[in-house]
Design a protein around this ligand. Structure first.
Ligand code: HEC
Ligand code: HEC
Length: 238
């Protein structure tokens, strides 16, 4: 069933928040303002989605594209990463984690809290599956590299510390449930590594996957080497 009016309104909710976020500069948005605005957008999306059941992936994605882009290619200015090309199982888990408070609850996780507010507007697991199925059909992106470094040194650290789970070419490992890192925005990976290292992500007792990364992130000795690893990942094909 098509509901163009509702789609437009959902898209408007996402865009309104996106417009607000653009004014916030890069990665240090004011927490209170972001929280208030996310809550407002979430509330709007929630009431629009009220009936929920009939919404297909495309309709649901209308609430995402204001930040993640209509093609799922992400919007760095809004701190929203590329979603197109990410593993479906990983996307579902993250949406589930945001929805259940396993991710995005830490006081310093302003952006995670913003995403958690949006994820909460997805009415149920079926909606999560539907929106992820839609994202899964979008063409994978190859995000522009923004982080430079010593690629050779990065390759050494990567293969010693990361490749066993994320795969020799950062293609991910479904059995170990480690997502692909190739094809993910480097600035976003850096933020996540910093969050894992600082205990902002991966600390909830039930966040089994995040806790693995919480242990691994500090094995990268310093920021320079972390950047080398990310520069190396940026050379790998997604
Ligand atoms: C108001 C802007 C905004 C909207 C709208 C939004 N997101 Fe996000 N999303 C973000 C930000 C910012 C992050 C990064 C959070 C972080 O850094 O931890 C994010 C992260 C994510 C992640 C985690 C990706 C990863 O690799 O870990 C997923 C999955 C996601 N969003 C899916 C969605 C879906 C699906 C929708 C629509 C239902 C949506 N988002 C709507 C801003 C938004
Ligand atoms: C023991 C297995 C394991 C090792 C080793 C490992 N990871 Fe991970 N990593 C994971 C798992 C599992 C996740 C998914 C966490 C989740 O679902 O929240 C993950 C998630 C990540 C993420 C978040 C991706 C996103 O889209 O948000 C980054 C970044 C990351 N790993 C980087 C690294 C780097 C760099 C190394 C090497 C220093 C490394 N990982 C080593 C298992 C591992």
């Amino acid at each position: 069933m098509r509901a163009p009016g509702r789609i437009r309104m959902l898209a408007a909710a996402g865009l309104a928040l996106a417009a607000f976020m653009t004014g916030c500069g890069d990665s240090k948005p004011d927490r209170a303002e972001v929280a208030a605005d996310s809550a407002a957008a979430a509330q709007q999306a929630q009431s629009l989605l009220g009936a929920g059941k009939a919404a297909g992936g495309k309709e649901l994605f209308a609430a995402c594209q204001g930040c993640h882009g209509a093609d799922g290619g992400g919007m760095p200015a809004l701190n929203a990463p590329t979603l197109a090309g990410l593993d479906a199982a990983y996307l579902k888990r993250q949406l589930h984690n945001f929805r259940t408070g396993l991710r995005g609850k830490h006081a310093d996780d302003t952006l995670g809290a913003q995403m958690a507010a949006i994820a909460a507007t997805l009415p149920d697991d079926a909606a999560v599956d539907a929106v992820v199925a839609y994202i899964d059909k979008l063409d994978a992106r190859r995000p522009a590299a923004t982080i430079g470094g010593d690629v050779k040194r990065g390759a050494d650290f990567y293969s010693n510390l990361c490749g066993s789970c994320h795969g020799p070419n950062a293609e991910g490992n479904a059995l170990l449930e480690a997502p692909a890192l190739a094809g993910v925005d480097d600035w976003y990976l850096l933020r996540q590594l910093t969050h894992f290292r600082n205990g902002v992500r991966g600390v909830h007792p039930q966040d089994r996957h995040g806790r693995q990364m919480r242990i691994m992130a500090p094995t990268l000795p310093d920021e320079a080497i972390t950047r080398d690893v990310l520069a190396y990942i940026g050379t790998l094909k997604s």
